[in-house]
Write a protein that binds this ligand. Structure first.
Ligand SMILES: *Cc1c(COP(=O)(O)O)cnc(C)c1O
Length: 229
């Protein structure tokens, strides 16, 4: 099997090709290596290959990996943010991907102030409306975004979504395209840049790139199949 770093560089080339075919600047599409469940050694290998952005969804695992790995890694917390875990996440993560209620936004900003941290954060939108998914509904987004724009410490940078698994391509285009439109409308209304659209995973990233993704969250396609304990 090819080494992980080689895999990573091959993936970067593929992203570049898909971005160019979609008439996008390839520099505007970043790869976030979703390292949850994979060992520190794998992360170290990708780090050697030049990767600096890694995504985790459990606090103890993030804590352990962060303390053992180089300091210039940017850690993304991609799990559901729970109210009683906000402080831990603030102390560990550089980017927080899935904030989904006004109360959480306010708590996040207050704790960032107390801890002297200014992480970037994204609002998670449940575009597809699947009951099993977290994230706010598109209807609830205006109120949530209003809270996000009021933050003084946490930096509101954009939106995140997860598409339904195994959905047909038309549905994926619709979900990702809707997230982009929601972002564009907010950016226009508030006259603010909301540069990040975190969308696209191993199975659907090409369509996400076509619809404007700026951060692809890629796990299994980079590291191999995940085995949960
Ligand atoms: C696990 C996970 C991913 C990566 O999934 P793959 O299909 O392995 O690429 C992306 N985003 C979130 C929120 C995840 O939890």
């Amino acid at each position: 099997m090819a080494g992980l770093a080689e895999n990573y560089h091959g993936f970067l080339r593929e992203i570049r090709q898909v971005a160019e075919a979609a008439n996008r600047d390839p520099e505007g599409v970043r790869l976030l290596a979703v390292s949850k469940t994979f060992p520190k050694e794998d992360i170290a290998e990708l780090y050697q290959g030049g990767c600096r952005d890694f995504g985790e969804n459990r606090i103890p695992e993030l804590q352990e990996k962060k303390s053992a790995l180089p300091e210039d890694i940017r850690w993304h917390f991609i799990g559901q943010l729970q109210s009683n875990k906000v402080r831990k996440v603030v102390l560990l993560a550089d980017v927080i991907h899935a904030v989904d209620t006004p109360a959480l936004v306010e708590r996040l900003d207050r704790i960032c102030g107390e801890e002297g941290k200014t992480p970037a954060f994204l609002l998670e939108v449940n575009v597809s409306g699947e009951a099993s998914k977290s994230g706010c509904t598109p209807d609830a987004l205006p109120e949530l975004a209003a809270a996000a724009f009021r933050c003084q410490y946490a930096r509101f940078q954009g939106l995140m979504t997860m598409a339904p698994a195994d959905a047909p391509e038309v549905v994926l285009h619709q979900v990702f395209g809707t997230l982009r439109q929601l972002r564009d409308r907010l950016a226009e209304e508030y006259r603010q840049k909301l540069p990040i659209l975190s969308m696209g995973m191993s199975g659907d990233w090409q369509i996400a790139v076509q619809e404007g993704a700026t951060v692809l969250r890629i796990g299994s396609a980079l590291f191999g199949r995940r085995v949960y304990a």
